[in-house]
Design a protein. Structure first.
Length: 140
């Protein structure tokens, strides 16, 4: 137990310092919202009008998939760095991990997460359903 005491102490110091820093920043920071501060600002350009449409959820799905596969590739790089000392058990673990990675990619692909274009028939069905739906505020 005494071997873990320095780690526990360091963890307590880090948590304490973080809590004190965040608390002081929240308490002492000036809060003067102005129109310029609350206005969205992106890529160095101040927007002149509201965006035409919201971003499709597809963008967020691709971003999450990128993060997931990026982290898995980091694991593969670490295994590649210690390739000689892995032995058969390590190689089997790398092989299983790679198979699971490929299986996940195939699953995501088959579910259509990587397909950006709806089939023509499906697009027509969606447009027809939207045309038949009553406008907001109208009685059905």
């Amino acid at each position: 137990m005494s071997a873990y005491l320095p780690i526990a102490l360091m963890f307590a110091v880090v948590v304490g310092f973080s809590a004190v820093s965040l608390g002081l920043a929240r308490r002492l920071a000036p809060r003067r919202p102005t129109p310029e501060k609350v206005e969205p600002y992106e890529c160095g350009i101040v927007p002149l009008q509201e965006p035409a449409a919201r971003f499709p959820v597809k963008f967020y799905l691709v971003a999450m998939l990128y993060v997931i596969f990026d982290i898995e590739i980091v694991f593969l790089f670490a295994w590649a760095a210690s390739f000689e000392g892995l032995g058969w058990y390590g190689m089997a673990a790398v092989g299983l991990f790679t198979l699971l990675l490929i299986e996940t990619l195939v699953y995501v692909w088959r579910r259509g997460a990587l397909d950006w274009n709806l089939p023509r028939r499906r697009r027509y069905q969606m447009d027809a359903a939207a045309a038949e739906a009553p406008a907001p505020g109208e009685a059905a």
